[in-house]
Ligand binder design. Sequence first.
Ligand SMILES: [Ca+2]
Ligand SMILES: [Ca+2]
Ligand SMILES: [Ca+2]
Ligand SMILES: [Ca+2]
Length: 375
Amino acid sequence: MQIELIIGIARNCKIIEVFQMKTVPLKAALPLLLAVTLPGAALAADHREAPLIQTDSRADINDVYAFRNATGDALVVAMTVNPLASPEEAPTYTFDPNVAYDFLFDRNGNGKANRRIRVTFSDPTMGPQTFNVLLPGGESFDGMVTEPSVAALPNEAVINAGPNGELAFAGPRDDPFFFDVVGFQRFLGGIGAFDGTDGFAGKNVSAVVLEVPLTTVAGGSDSVQVWGTTSRRRVSVRLEGETEISFGRYQQIERMGNPAVNTALIPAELKDLYNVSTPETDAAVFAPSIVDSLTALGTDAENIGILASVAVPDTLKIDFSAEDGYPNGRRLEDDVVDTLFFFIFNQTSVPDGVDANDKAFLDHFPYLAAPHQPE
Ligand SMILES: [Ca+2]
Ligand SMILES: [Ca+2]
Ligand SMILES: [Ca+2]
Ligand SMILES: [Ca+2]
């Protein structure tokens, strides 16, 4: 039925290729839950963490952030994609017009979203890219993407305003994540240790940043849980001339809440399944694997309990009666890897030597630092 619909609409064009979404069969993956696997050798926040998403940069979420603005009446949420983007190739980093970039908000802690904000983009081959922000309740507004550039100075950030005081930004920024990832890989491989080199320095990402009234996402609740997903329409058709048209409902292809959970604690054979699942099933389906991974690293029961309260379900949890700062939400400047290592290694400090981003963050929207430009 799906295919008939496509051929009917595309009858005036020659169909070059028909793609079906790659999916992970749940039934096939479930028996693997019994397997105990050591964590993977790579550790980033969530950059290129699972086999299917490695081929899909524009939908590959690197990090999700959630913190309150200076006046405390709005929540800032940010999602980064296009990992490890080099400044020299800036114009090639766009948002995918066939992907929905969603922020999800759970107000009652059951892992099911009560509110959703969906950001979708125009086709970047058809002129300057624009986007639409669909708010909970059905209101929406449009914005202009800040165009990537190879000029000496980056384009000024375009700040788009919504109907209730919302702010929206989409475009290239410095990758706000910082970590000595090479040192960690050398340590795991027995050929070295941390030397304090930020493996993400000088690299850009494509960021979606929103500032929305607290009431929009949390209602009257005194806490909220946040995560991000990317979803792609189920069927795409590539027509002669490389035009691609997508049909059908959106299917989730990646999700992220806490840094490094899927990257480091979910076994390789479950990483793709994790990306298409919802936090609602984390306790039942994924917690056993997370406990196994932590046990293999030598984490004791007390600290496994602490980490489980952060990562299961895999959402960023913000209690509005407490100060912001990971694991209460996640600010850009939070040294999340040091925090996670502290608990993984039983409250022993294991610093990687990278304490801050390579560029200063802004104290105002869009908060993330401007992108690096080619030398
Ligand atoms: Ca990712
Ligand atoms: Ca809920
Ligand atoms: Ca950076
Ligand atoms: Ca650090």
